[in-house]
Write a protein that binds this ligand. Structure first.
Ligand SMILES: Cc1cc2nc3c(=O)[nH]c(=O)nc-3n(C[C@H](O)[C@H](O)[C@H](O)COP(=O)(O)OP(=O)(O)OC[C@H]3O[C@@H](n4cnc5c(N)ncnc54)[C@H](O)[C@@H]3O)c2cc1C
Length: 490
């Protein structure tokens, strides 16, 4: 193996730093997009920062998204132009700051009804115009034959033509690792498998967070000027550890995807279905030599570590896709499914609570017990803006000194050699060949990316679990054995 440019991240050193009896400026609970964004922002402003994640980085909602960095066509339809413009600005920053993990993707909306093409062309033209100079490519008409040529899997019967527009696709779990790596390089202690258990309050403010190492049960007591609660759908549960009577701020909804063989939508363009039976937008997107189709939006019963797509959701997605795909599609074609939980912020509940809060349409920053700052909602695309707002808000309340946010022009740490090995390992795992590539990658993931379990490698450092469940089961023993060798070496 060649020399890897980026540093090894040693768990023992991170744990030792967590054990030091000092006051942190910032402690972040939760290592998804929100928490990692906050830790990176805080470290880059020069604050002494620690982040603890109960499981693996991005193992919650942040590895289960539709994997789009986008302005949100949905918000456009709602007339929320400010929100769309803000997200399109963030899209441009991400394309520039993490070009290996975020890439432009052409989408085509196939049109079957009279005037559908005209309406879509106007709407998506506005979407494009809102990006201004940061637009990725032109929105334009496609004739029937151009639509079929560029979207070969599309249903032909009744097809009138299409509209093409551009957005961006990314690898959510790998972007989370890039955020973690960048935060650590900037001096943060960001560690997985350390769970926050208890919140201690003294004189009306949070004086300590008690946590433990999930693997060894080593105990930690963390003191900080400000504590950011970035636990997504677990945010209310965490708030109740400080005040067991705290009113709920969030409701939970599940979004599921199915994964199909690439033959259902060959080519490089994604497909956008503008209106499903329940009034949502559905995407069919090329993803690692497969096609992922989603998402749904159904009420879920609270938080869950491993949410699953229900049979009804799979059937709903299949049914909608059948209207737009040329090939016959059955449940047997589904090679994998995955589901994520949205923390839906309820402003009414927040207004009713006594907390100080800054609420935008998309995300909310709620301050309780003087220095417990809960950050919820938003989307992956705007994680940087949310972090920036959260740190600014903490400064405004005098919890931290005011220092400017510098993340807009910050290149994220993505190691091209690790990414290349990752791609090679994944291709060979999916094609059931060459286990050497996989072993090589496991070593890198353990040393440079804090992968501790087979699931960390298979579900998030690689994406095999959400691409092909059978392939994931096949490589699990090998990955576990390769990780065991790494822990002996360490
Ligand atoms: C189906 C779906 C599709 C989506 N698609 C897109 C998309 O295409 N583009 C986009 O921009 N956005 C998308 N989103 C939104 C985006 O994924 C979320 O906004 C984002 O991932 C939320 O991140 P988070 O960090 O707030 O939550 P999470 O990722 O859930 O992170 C919270 C973390 O807190 C940890 N935690 C919980 N309790 C504790 C504890 N006691 N101690 C320590 N850690 C703890 C959890 O393990 C978890 O890792 C989608 C969301 C869903 C549900």
């Amino acid at each position: 193996m060649g020399v890897i440019g980026s540093a090894v991240i040693g768990r023992a050193q991170l744990l030792a730093q967590l054990q030091e009896p000092r006051e942190w400026d910032v402690v972040v609970i939760g290592g998804g997009a929100t928490g990692l964004g906050i830790a990176l922002d805080a470290a880059s402003r020069g604050f002494r920062t620690a982040l603890i994640e109960a499981r693996d980085f991005a193992s919650g909602t942040s590895s289960r998204s539709t994997k789009l960095i986008h302005g949100g066509v949905r918000y456009l339809a709602q007339g929320n132009l400010k929100l769309v413009r803000e997200a399109l600005y963030e899209r441009a920053l991400l394309l520039s700051n993490a070009p290996t993990l975020v890439r432009p993707l052409k989408f085509i909306v196939p049109c079957y009804r009279p005037f559908e093409r005209e309406v879509m062309r106007i709407g998506l033209g506005i979407y494009d115009a809102l990006a201004g100079k940061q637009g990725i490519g032109d929105t334009h008409w496609l004739s029937r034959s151009e639509t079929i040529e560029q979207l070969p899997g599309v249903r032909r019967d009744g097809l009138q033509g299409g509209v093409a527009y551009w957005d961006a696709q990314f690898d959510d779990a790998r972007l989370a690792i890039a955020l973690m790596r960048t935060a650590v390089r900037l001096g943060a202690v960001a560690i997985n498998y350390v769970e926050a258990d208890r919140i201690e309050k003294t004189g009306g403010r949070v004086s300590a967070i008690f946590a433990h190492d999930v693997q060894t049960d080593e105990r930690f007591e963390l003191r900080a000027k400000v504590i950011f609660n970035a636990t997504g759908v677990w945010a209310d549960e965490m708030r109740r550890r400080a005040d067991h009577s705290a009113a709920a701020l969030i409701a939970t909804s599940r979004g599921s995807h199915i994964v199909l063989p690439a033959t259902f939508l060959p080519g490089s363009a994604g497909m956008m279905i503008p209106r499903t039976g329940d009034g949502r937008v559905l995407f069919a997107i090329p993803w690692h030599d497969r096609v992922m189709v989603g998402t749904t939006d159904v009420a879920a019963n609270g938080a869950s570590w491993e949410p699953q797509a229900s049979d009804d959701e799979v059937e709903f997605i299949l049914d909608t896709a059948r209207g737009y795909l040329q090939s016959a599609l059955s449940t047997r074609d589904v090679v994998a499914t995955f589901a994520g939980l949205r923390p839906l912020f309820s402003p009414r509940a927040a207004h009713a609570s006594k907390a100080t809060k800054k609420i935008s349409r998309e995300h909310a920053i709620v301050i309780e017990h003087a220095n417990l700052v809960t950050v919820i909602g938003g989307k992956w695309t705007t994680y940087r803006k949310m972090a920036c707002d959260a740190l600014d808000q903490a400064a405004l309340l005098g919890l931290l000194p005011a220092r400017p946010c510098t993340t807009a022009a910050m290149t994220l740490d993505v190691d091209d050699q690790i990414e290349a090995t990752c791609r090679a390992a994944e291709s060979s795992a999916l094609a059931r060949r060459d286990d050497d590539q996989l072993v090589k990658f496991v070593e890198l993931a353990a040393r440079h990316e804090q992968a501790l379990t087979a699931g960390d490698v298979i579900a998030r450092r690689l994406r095999v679990e959400s691409l092909d469940r059978a392939a994931a089961a096949r490589i699990t023993p090998l990955v576990s054995a390769a990780l065991a060798v790494q822990s002996i070496d360490a």
